[in-house]
Design a protein around this ligand. Structure first.
Ligand code: HEC
Length: 295
């Protein structure tokens, strides 16, 4: 009986763990999967772990129920009843709790009484004491590590290290950002950047191009007609260098290349919005390629 029980636990455990093990063996399997597949795999693994837990809990319940309903009695060869051996977990619990069983409570009863409630003089539970000792040991190690040998860095230092690292990364980013010009600029669809560009547009460009790009002193930016070309590179070039003789200001000294890229992309998103009071088209129609035709 006992043997078959252990065997069944091992088999269930093995069956449930095999896919996990197989997955763990593959080198960086995420690299070959798209997001949906990754979610599926992680979801399945979560389910797997859950199943494993449920199985373990069920096995424990079955075991405890079995022991309660059918307590083991050991009958010796001579025929008299011997105290049945306790299961391992009960022995373990007795050991770590060091609790006196209810029937022997009189041995630890003190004379302290409050409204008929007596105090017991139990030992501190060994599991609790063990944790306490661990904290003491931890404190000693911590003290040596951080304060005496000064091997670790404190939060403030870590903060400064991270800020220094971030500064390096920002500089690296700006170095590439500053290399954006009208020959290599691309359309960006990042929503946060587009909406930041919209704010800048309202402040700097709407007086001449209209709040919704419908046009005014400057041309309508929402139609598909462009005087200087409708490609993101053309639009970037005009924002950067302007057309001073026609009243379009050059913005290169006031805006960073990234800001001009964002503005150029924002203007492309305006195309086809058809706001009221739109100024009549100027220039030539421009056909936008698929990936930039947003609407
Ligand atoms: C002082 C008025 C004024 C302001 C401010 C202004 N523009 Fe212009 N913009 C013009 C005029 C005028 C033209 C037309 C130039 C031409 O006819 O060649 C123009 C043309 C353009 C064009 C080219 C349109 C085409 O059909 O080829 C773009 C793109 C543009 N502006 C973007 C902007 C952006 C972005 C801003 C804000 C950063 C801005 N403009 C601010 C007056 C202005």
């Amino acid at each position: 009986m006992k043997r078959s029980y252990k065997l069944s636990i091992s088999i269930i455990g093995l069956v449930l763990l095999t896919p996990l093990a197989v997955f763990a063996q593959e080198a960086a399997p995420e690299a070959r999967m798209n997001a949906a597949e990754q979610y599926l795999v992680w979801g399945l693994m979560g389910l797997e772990v859950l199943l494993l837990l449920v199985t373990v809990i069920l096995l424990i319940v079955v075991k405890v129920l079995g022991n309660t309903l059918f307590p083991r009695t050991n009958v010796s060869v001579a025929g008299e009843l011997v105290e049945p051996e306790k299961p391992w977990y009960q022995k373990f619990l007795t050991k770590v709790n060091d609790a006196v069983p209810v029937e022997r409570e009189a041995e630890v009863l003190t004379t302290h009484e409050y409204d008929g409630i007596y105090e017991l003089d139990n030992n501190l539970p060994p599991w609790w004491k063990a944790m306490f000792y661990v904290t003491i040991a931890f404190a000693v190690v911590y003290l040596l590590y951080f304060h005496v040998l000064q091997l670790g860095s404190f939060q403030e230092e870590e903060y400064e290290q991270e800020m220094a690292q971030a500064k390096i990364e920002i500089e690296a980013y700006l170095a590439t950002a500053n290399t954006i010009d009208e020959t290599n600029v691309t359309f960006i669809s990042d929503e946060a950047r587009i909406s930041a560009a919209q704010t800048a547009y309202v402040q700097k460009c709407s007086p001449c191009h209209g709040a919704a790009g419908e046009g005014g002193v400057g041309p309508n930016l929402t139609d598909d007609y462009w005087i200087h070309g409708g490609d993101v590179k053309d639009i970037f070039r005009i924002i950067k260098n302007g057309v001073p003789e026609k009243g379009m200001i050059p913005w290169k000294s006031q805006l960073t290349p990234v800001e001009m890229q964002d503005l150029a992309s924002f203007i492309i998103t305006l195309e086809g919005t058809n706001p009221p009071n739109g100024k009549e088209p100027q220039g030539e129609p421009y056909e936008r390629s698929e990936e930039m035709a947003l609407k």
